[in-house]
Design a binder for this molecule. Structure first.
Ligand code: SF4
Length: 291
């Protein structure tokens, strides 16, 4: 584990960590050290996310009691989700795994659907206002979908393999709890996928069977109260952009630079930050300005 990961108490990075870096890297780091507080709008957004998930996905009635149970449920839910995508051409909330610069990376794709023989990635975002997002907001979400596209393709093309997954999530010696095994037998899950190894194999096999992943990525913004569409963005994935974005991110994660604060022309972001003036005084003191 490198120094930054140790400092933040992390064993893997999430896609949302990287997208948060593109808002303010320092804020992302401080949230790990001191904890974060969700704004009211973020809480409403999360609730809407859960409602959407329930609308489309099959609910898996399993209650994990340990890390091993949790890993099993994640893989089983994913397996059911991808099966649903192949059957009804639509699914939501698929967990994905990968690596960036040798560091384990995880994320959750909001929505997948199939169109003209290709898999389309779509991210749903909610806003309390009716205006489209600021460019800075859109950038963080752009980073998110670009990473999802790369990770899903790496799983499909076996650049990220089941053996890498076994190492990253220490699944070799994991054992399900007795209580969880009983829940699995009540659900009549086939015997070959009642253990972590069996369900891992099935998940990695079904991912491999997916058709090509489209380079067109979508981000949909809707109003969190009315659910009305604000704006749909259509982006084009390129490896070049992915490489540029990750080269910037990894300099921080590999400890080659300290966490950066926002530049002067983005001081307005500090107004929305709970660390402004206490844990982070970079713009508070140097300019002696209260924003
Ligand atoms: S106060 Fe501003 S620069 Fe400091 S962590 Fe918050 S957003 Fe970043």
């Amino acid at each position: 584990m490198n120094g930054v990961m140790r400092k933040l108490g992390k064993k893997s990075i999430s896609v949302t960590d990287i997208s948060a870096q593109y808002w303010c890297e320092k804020k992302m780091e401080l949230e790990y050290i001191y904890g974060s507080s969700q704004t009211k709008a973020e809480k409403v957004g999360k609730k809407i996310h859960e409602l959407l998930e329930n609308k489309i996905n099959i609910q898996v009635d399993l209650e994990p009691k340990s890390y091993a149970d949790f890993v099993y449920k994640t893989l089983y839910t994913n397996y059911i989700g991808i099966s649903e995508l192949l059957k009804s051409k639509k699914t939501r909330e698929v967990n994905i795994f990968g690596r960036i610069g040798g560091i384990s990376l995880r994320g959750k794709i909001d929505q997948l659907h199939m169109k003209d023989g290709a898999i389309i990635i779509l991210e749903n975002k909610t806003k309390s206002k009716t205006e489209p997002p600021y460019a800075a907001q859109l950038l963080t979400h752009r980073v998110q979908v670009i990473l999802y596209r790369k990770m899903l393709e790496d799983l499909r093309s076996e650049k990220y393999t089941i053996d890498m997954f076994r190492d990253d999530y220490w699944i070799k010696n994991l054992k399900l709890t007795k209580e969880f095994e009983q829940q699995i037998s009540i659900l009549n899950i086939p015997s070959n996928i009642r253990e972590i190894d069996g369900i891992s194999k099935n998940f990695f096999n079904i991912i491999k069977s997916l058709p090509k992943i489209s380079n067109t990525l979508y981000i949909r913004y809707s109003n969190q109260f009315t659910e009305k569409l604000i704006k749909m963005y259509k982006l084009n994935y390129t490896d070049k952009e992915y490489d540029e974005l990750m080269s910037y991110s990894l300099k921080y994660w590999n400890g080659l630079r300290e966490a950066l604060t926002v530049p002067e022309n983005e001081q307005w972001k500090c107004k929305f930050c709970s660390f402004f003036g206490n844990k982070c005084k970079v713009w508070y003191t140097s300019n002696n300005v209260k924003i």
